[in-house]
Design a binder for this molecule. Sequence first.
Ligand code: NAP
Length: 285
Amino acid sequence: MGIIGYPLGHTLSPAFQGAALKHLGIDATFESWPTAPDKLAEKVASFRATDVLGACVTLPHKQAVMLMLDTVHETAREIGAVNWIVNGSKGKPDGKLTGHNTDAPGFLRSLKEEAKFDPKGASAVVFGAGGAARAVVFALRMAGVARLTIANRTVEKAHELAASMSKGRFRPTAAGLSRDDLADVVPYANLMVNTTSMGMAGGPAPEETPVTADLIRAGTLGYDAVYAPLETPFLREVERAGGRTASGITMLVYQGAEGFTLCTGQPAPVQVMMEALMRARAGRK
Ligand code: NAP
């Protein structure tokens, strides 16, 4: 097993996936496979070998790999992105590749089990309209949020995402990130999810937050998909406003746990994975 992306310098996946394989005594490794876009097709074809259980997929390949697989699972098709490729099923590779998206269930599990928040009936604001936003908006639709606004720097992309995720009575609205735009929605939300790269260490805007404390209602849950650092500028603003906070670090583990199970056919040792991830993070500081 392994992870493909480009560049791959930041990945923590080998540390916690490797720990899970070892813990269960599975005779396999989890490797880091930096793969440039022009080598992607060749690399994905190599996953058909009988000694490859599958692979995790990260930026920038989550869309491109979809054209290289035999089947794309319905959830991944609707989200428009694959973050796991499985050879065969349940630990039995057969040369047929299926694409899955485990970011959406990973986010929901993290929201419910770690943040103790049931999104059913919630009023939510999602900041961002990229790949992570697609998975989060899909997950919130599945979970039955009542109202949702997608707020993004490039407002056209927020409109596009809102339109593509609209279904039945679920009709997200779109907004920009200006103070005026956010003042119409943020004070009425009881859930906010940051899926922009703002606040991400090593990213384009590590010191920035999509919203400030003065607009946030006390008691609101602020969830940050960004997991490095654990305490982001966005989460600090939520705290200042008297809200609750949750880091995307558990989303990372839960999406990985689901991918692990799809590839190996075994229940993932989530606690072991979480501890290995925390050790790997600490070792890197
Ligand atoms: P992406 O597809 O490249 O989207 C990036 C988003 O961030 C876009 O909405 C973009 O807005 C916005 N953005 C970037 N720089 C900005 C800035 N300076 N000011 C305002 N907005 C800015 O990336 P992604 O895959 O969605 O990932 C986004 C974040 O989520 C990353 O930090 C990633 O690590 C995290 N993530 C976490 C998990 C997890 O398991 N916890 C899973 C997936 C992703 P524009 O449209 O205007 O460019």
